[in-house]
Design a protein around this ligand. Structure first.
Ligand SMILES: [Zn+2]
Length: 329
């Protein structure tokens, strides 16, 4: 018998329309509330502990089970998500990147988001990237601007070609040292000079994470430095996992049957071996789909993005996302 589970993935959730960065790729908190209405109407929102028990064959999930997951440890989650979940008696599962929280430093991926959200027109950003590449072309043996542009300028699921170009170039397309320097230069030029104040505002504190946990929320691993874990050698993979687990231990979270949420969805066989060795119960990917605990490898569960589901409590289930739904209320 199948055990379908709709795992919904959230990132930024904030009162977007009145915020300093209204074009940030975020879910407005009103829309989040609407999506919770929808989910409560058509699904049974389960706790992570129920999913772990089901994956181990110790229990079964209810029909139309859904699980809510929140990546990256944003203060958004403490300020806007936590109160709504508590009000409705729902559990969310949160995955903070350990070093960003501990050191109050911006992750490159977040710097990129705010660089992109700081301008309406992306052409000046592309231009600033090209000027930067011109400066470093000789020293790093870089290819031509046109080559990079053609390689990375593609429409993606949610972004236009210019934004995809910048994201891909900054996330993977350049030598690592240069990538970090370019992200930094753009962040300081287009967003702010005060990175630590910005990080303090962006990420939850250790104290806030403790309060989430005490308030019945689930906390899992999202690695230490939010790396593409599939690109690291085995020893570095172990370091990342162990650092994230000791961070969770400091927050008072037990170290058996824990849950891994892969940064950028990156994993490989050697990482999976590390996870099994450390007693990991479940792994959350960014592959798009409704999970089935009887079919999927427990360490490779697919998720749906919040954008795949309606934000209106009155909306009817749609075929794409709700193929697993068996009854309608
Ligand atoms: Zn992440």
């Amino acid at each position: 018998m199948s055990q379908p589970l709709t795992i919904v993935m959230y990132h930024y959730v904030r009162p977007l329309r009145d915020s300093r960065y209204p074009s940030l790729k975020a879910l407005d908190v009103q829309d989040f509330a609407g999506q919770l209405d929808y989910l409560q109407q058509h699904y049974c929102v389960v706790r992570m502990e129920d999913v772990i028990a089901s994956a181990k064959g110790e229990a079964s999930l209810p029909e139309n089970a859904a699980l809510l997951t929140f990546d990256d440890g944003y203060r958004d989650h403490y300020d806007h998500v936590f109160p709504l979940l508590v009000e409705r008696g729902l559990q969310g599962s949160f995955f903070p990147p350990a070093s960003a929280i501990r050191e109050r430093r911006m992750l490159d991926v977040n710097k990129i988001h705010f660089v992109l959200a700081s301008v309406d027109d992306h052409a000046p950003l592309v231009d600033a990237v090209f000027r930067f590449l011109d400066t470093y072309r000789e020293r790093y043996g870089l290819e031509s601007n046109e080559t990079y542009y053609q390689r990375h300028c593609k429409e993606s699921r949610y972004d236009g070609p210019e934004v995809t170009f910048i994201k891909r170039l900054l996330q993977k397309g350049l030598p690592e040292a240069l990538r970090a320097e370019l992200v930094d230069a753009l962040f300081h030029r287009f967003v702010t000079d005060d990175e630590s104040a910005f990080a303090d505002e962006l990420y939850m504190s250790v104290e806030e994470l403790r309060k989430l946990h005490e308030g019945g929320m689930y906390l899992g691993s999202h690695g230490d430095r939010h790396e593409w874990l599939n690109t690291l050698p085995g020893e570095a993979q172990q370091r990342e996992i162990d650092a994230s687990l000791s961070f969770l231990a400091e927050l008072g979270i037990q170290s058996d049957d824990w849950v891994m949420c892969y940064p950028y969805g990156g994993y490989n066989d050697s990482l999976l071996a590390v996870l099994r060795d450390r007693g990991c119960a479940l792994g959350l990917t960014v592959e798009v789909g409704v999970a089935d605990l009887t079919k999927n490898d427990s360490l490779l569960l697919p998720r749906l993005d919040t954008n795949d589901l309606p934000i209106d409590g009155e909306a009817l289930p749609n075929n794409g996302t709700c193929s697993a739904i068996t009854t309608y209320s």
